[in-house]
Every structure is written in C-alpha cells, then in structure tokens.
Design a protein around this ligand. Structure first.
Ligand SMILES: Nc1ncnc2c1ncn2[C@@H]1O[C@H](COP(=O)(O)OP(=O)(O)OP(=O)(O)O)[C@@H](O)[C@H]1O
Length: 250
C-alpha cells in the first residue's frame, strides 16, 4: 500500500518514489512507488534480493541520482527540485558517505583524507570534534599514515571519520563491511552503531548481510522496487527469515 505521509521526524524520506531506467520495451522500474522515512539518530539497514532497488533508493536519497517521479525530502529540502549545482553542495555539506571500497585518496595521509571534504568546502575543522571522532574510532595513532599503510578495518574507520566530521544530516553506508573480514567488519558495525548512540548520527546502510543488519535499529526490506517489510530491533534470525519469506513469495 502507498502512503503519502512520511514520518515528519525523518531526517530523509522518500515519498511515492519511482525510478525507471531506459524506455519502451526495455524499461526497468527499479523503484515502483517507495514511501519510507528514516528517523533521526537511528541506524537503518536496507535489505532485499539482488535487483530489488536498494542501490537505486540509496542513490536517490543521497542526491546521487534523480527519480522519475515522487519526492526525496532531506530535512525541508525536496532534492528533486534542485539544480545539479545545489545537489553537489547538498552531498558535500549535508551528507556523509561510506563505501565498500573505502574510497580514500592514496597520496594523502589518513588525517588529510578525513578533513578533505571540509577543506574542499572551505569550512573550518572543529578540532575538538575531530579529536573526539578520531579517538572514538581508535585511529588517533594512524593519522599520519597513508591508506596503503593501514589495515582494511583502519581504512574503513578513517572513511567513517571522514563521513562524520562534517556532522552530516545522514551518513549513507553502501555495503561498508563488504571488503572486511568478519572481525574488522564487526568493529566497523559496532562503531557505526556507537556513532548513532553517542553522536545522534542518522545512518542508512545498504547490506546483503543479516549479521550486519542486526546491528541496525530497523531493517527496511525491498522487493521488486517496493517496500516489502519493516523490522524493528532486528536480530539475525528475524532478518534471515524475512529474506527467505521474500524469496519464497517471488
Ligand atoms: N543504470 C541502470 N540502467 C538500467 N537499469 C539499471 C541501472 N541501474 C540499476 N538498474 C536496474 O534496476 C534494478 C534495481 O537495481 P539496484 O542496483 O538498485 O538493485 P540492488 O537491490 O541494489 O541490487 P544488488 O543487490 O544486486 O546490488 C535492477 O533490475 C537493475 O538491473
């Protein structure tokens, strides 16, 4: 069922969002009327079978892609109505990203990578907050090193610090543990959860992994471009069962 009233306390919301790739006979309806809000200071995982629209939804929510119809509301801003120039500024100033592949620049130190978005935006660095984030993430003694001198887990923690220091309205994490072993992955997920609890950071994560999703406060399930389920306080068993249910319904 489609509702047209997203949660007013949401940090970011989609309203009846439709995304069609291509046209005519080969058109793909990647999002088929998604209405969902992501509450402030909550950690939400987006899950669903391959091709269900997870990446498309995240890209639209983050202003990396524009929808065919419907709305994306970031705070009071309707992203669909903004120029490319404004969207670039929104992504730089109001959104943080954590990618599977870390996306650190190899020629810069960890410290330079962490402050790069603020430097590019011409914004000053709040040293006290930076120190707090870096300490909380346990990378204080790695800051002078280049990414090639850091473990995968340390690189992802530096990427998380980079996403957090600008105090974005939402951090989007795209398979953040996909390149990590289970121990380093568990550390990064625990840190993501901590930054939701202690900093009030809003985090939205796409993942295939029920273990990763169990760190979240909520799981939104997609199937065939629609919201197909919504789990509060998910544990691994509930997530796995819900995914099996979706697969069986296809
Ligand atoms: N640029 C594109 N052009 C055409 N079709 C696309 C494009 N991007 C995605 N699609 C299609 O849209 C649908 C949703 O894709 P999307 O990548 O959002 O799914 P997903 O749930 O993230 O999948 P996965 O888990 O495999 O990453 C799929 O059918 C995909 O083939």
């Amino acid at each position: 069922m489609t509702t047209h009233h997203p949660d007013p306390t949401a940090a970011v919301a989609a309203v009846d969002l439709v995304k069609v790739y291509g046209r005519g006979a080969t058109a793909v309806r990647a999002l088929d009327g998604v209405t969902v809000g992501f509450r402030r200071a909550a950690f939400t995982a987006i899950m669903g079978p391959s091709g269900s629209g997870k990446s498309t939804l995240m890209h639209c929510l983050a202003g990396l892609d524009t929808a065919t119809s419907g709305q994306v509301l970031l705070g009071g801003t309707d992203l669909g109505r903004q120029s490319d120039r404004v969207l670039t500024r929104v992504r730089r100033e109001r959104i943080g990203f954590v990618f599977q592949s870390f996306n650190l620049l190899p020629q810069l130190t960890a410290a330079q990578n962490v402050t790069l978005p603020l430097d590019l935006a011409g914004r000053g660095v709040d040293r006290e907050f930076l120190d707090h984030v870096v300490d909380a993430l346990g990378i204080g003694d790695r800051l002078a090193h280049r990414p090639s001198e850091l473990s995968g887990g340390q690189q992802q923690r530096a990427a998380l610090a980079r996403a957090l220091v600008s105090r974005p309205e939402v951090v989007f994490a795209d398979e953040p543990t996909g390149n990590l072993d289970s121990r380093a992955g568990a550390e990064v997920l625990g840190l993501l959860r901590d930054c939701v609890r202690t900093l009030g950071q809003t985090v939205v994560m796409v993942t295939h992994d029920p273990v990763a999703a169990a760190y979240a406060d909520r799981v939104v399930l997609l199937a065939d471009g629609r919201v197909a389920g919504d789990l509060a306080e998910p544990d691994r068993g509930a997530v796995t069962a819900a995914l099996h249910g979706l697969a069986a319904a296809r």
